[in-house]
Design a binder for this molecule. Structure first.
Ligand code: ADP
Ligand code: MG
Length: 508
């Protein structure tokens, strides 16, 4: 099995390859894809014969779905693709793959864990994307509602319990991490996104109770093998609810809750003042707050009518707390590897998943949703041509490109200054544009127009509000190119520079 299964999404990947009997001769695109992909997948194989395809597919599909989800890869050489079965009787069988059997935990351990939670002075529940993926929202809502335990969603765990829930500690995240003494982790890895569960971000004495379908995850980093609960979160959480009985976290006199409340109100007022910063070019926070307010009016969060895709370092960091979600599986971001380039692919996938394939006007199982992608300009560039795909399929995705003219930051808010810097660069000066700079006010909105979609270039709050509303109602792909401040002089720090973690800022 691959080392980490990265995002732990269930995925079945099929790919063609050159003829088996040309291997080692230098065939067209000859590549040993199995060796290449084995470390990154749960299961990578090539069917040994045409007849084995049904059983190979079934097993690969099941492997990608059961246990911790991940990728199953099937390599299909040309001779197999073009092959003809001589007799149907030689074909292996395939059966529908049932849902994975669910495992819970034994009563003795459950009792012990319930005691630890009840004895906690400063408990915290972390809700990860494993919980969202498992569709555990109803039981986790019951757990939180019955126990009043403060909770913190991970970026893709948002909405399992509504962001608007009073027990949501997200706007007091640092305080919660520093003070929590017992942490119940529901379907999230103690990886860099959660600062490995370690000090200084976390309380050195915090006890982590990991609930995970993958036994290998238990005890990792700050995890504790003696406290782990291996099982499906949809089986373990109801067990835990039962074991906790009528107990709830005493809210009468908890300094921890007071600190959380104080941090929450301080952070929320700082955020509110940032959001009303009236500068032009717009700031991230102000621009996001205008977009959020407008979208909230058109589609209230409780209705769950919007799927948010977020991509780009600053864009993800700053937007995460501004766009609330009330339902699970409505927010996708760069995820475990923080990989840029996934945003528009996610948007297409979300559109297909929720709205069916375009053109048919068919509605997905949970009703039609507007797909809104909030992209940094650099992040957008990684897969911008997917706008053409969206236009071709008639996908009405609404894309905001937060245009600060750079990777992380641009170099100037002033056209003439920018041209001077560009000239200096051309002349070989060290004092020109940084290599992380992007072009001056690149016309990203024109890409949508060129492909048959709609485009808006906006600089002011009024323009942004109008474009957001029009883009929301637009029946085709729309790019809103939002000119924001360059943030020149901003420190460049990439995610990997913070790896190892200690004391440095994690990006998610
Ligand atoms: P996040 O990005 O929210 O931190 P991660 O991808 O790091 O989430 O972790 C998700 C975790 O959820 C993985 O360790 C995975 O094994 C676990 N998981 C996935 N499905 C289930 C499930 N049905 N029950 C319990 N744990 C699950
Ligand atoms: Mg940028």
């Amino acid at each position: 099995m691959g080392n980490s299964s990265v995002n732990a999404f269930p995925l079945l990947l099929l790919a063609g390859s050159s003829e088996t009997d040309l291997v080692s001769r230098g065939a067209f695109q000859e590549l040993d894809a199995i060796s290449l992909l084995t470390p990154h997948t749960k299961h990578a194989l090539r069917p040994p014969s045409l007849e084995s395809i049904p059983s190979v597919m079934q097993n690969t599909y099941r492997t990608s779905l059961y246990g911790r989800p991940g990728t199953g890869f099937v390599d299909l050489p040309a001779d197999i693709i073009k092959g003809v079965v001589e007799s149907e009787e030689d074909m292996t069988d395939s059966q529908p793959v049932p849902d994975a059997p669910k495992t819970g935990v034994d009563d003795a351990r459950l009792f012990k864990i319930a005691q630890i939670i009840k004895a906690a002075k400063a408990p915290l529940v972390v809700i990860g994307k494993g919980a969202a993926y498992a569709r555990a929202e109803n039981m986790i809502r019951e757990l939180i509602d019955k126990t009043h335990l403060p909770f913190l969603p991970t970026p893709m765990g948002k909405g399992v319990v509504s962001d608007s829930h009073p027990a949501n500690a997200a706007s007091a995240r640092s305080t919660a991490l520093k003070e929590a003494d017992v942490v119940l982790v529901l379907g999230a890895r103690l990886n860099w996104i959660l600062h490995f569960g370690e000090a200084p971000k976390w309380n050195t004495h915090a006890q982590f109770i990991q609930v995970d379908i993958s036994a290998e995850e238990i005890g990792k980093n700050a995890g504790n093998a003696h406290l782990g609960l291996v099982g499906d979160v949809t089986a373990v959480v109801p067990q835990l609810v039962k074991a906790l009985g009528t107990w709830s976290y005493s809210v009468a006199s908890s300094p921890y809750l007071e600190h959380l409340a104080a941090a929450k109100s301080k952070n929320e007022s700082t955020a509110a003042s940032k959001a009303s910063d009236a500068k032009i070019p717009l700031t991230y926070a102000h621009a996001f707050s205008i977009i959020e307010r407008t979208l909230r009016r058109l589609s209230p969060p409780d209705e769950g009518g919007i799927v948010y895709i977020s991509e780009g370092a600053n864009t993800m960091d700053i937007s995460r707390s501004i766009f609330p979600v009330s339902h699970p599986r409505l927010r996708l971001d760069a995820g475990t590897y923080a990989t840029m380039g996934v945003g528009l692919g996610y948007a297409i996938a979300a559109h297909v998943a929720y709205n069916g394939s375009a053109g048919e006007g068919r509605s997905g199982p949970t009703g039609r949703k507007k797909i809104v992608a909030i992209e940094g300009d650099s992040a957008f560039g990684f897969s911008a041509m997917e706008v053409e795909t969206m236009a071709r399929y008639g996908m009405d995705v609404l894309i905001f490109v937060m245009n600060n003219g750079g990777v992380y930051y641009g170099d100037s808010d002033d056209a003439e200054e920018w041209l001077r810097l560009q000239k200096a660069t051309k002349e070989g000066s060290q004092r020109g544009l940084r290599s992380t700079s992007l072009g001056w006010e690149v016309g990203y909105e024109k890409m949508a127009e060129a492909c048959g979609g709609a485009g808006f270039l906006v600089r002011t709050p009024v323009e942004l509000e109008k474009a957001t509303e029009r883009g929301f109602r637009e029946g085709r792909v729309t790019v809103v190119n939002v000119i924001i401040e360059a943030g020149k002089g901003g420190k460049l720090e990439f995610g990997w520079q913070a790896s190892g973690g200690k004391g440095k800022k994690a990006k998610l």
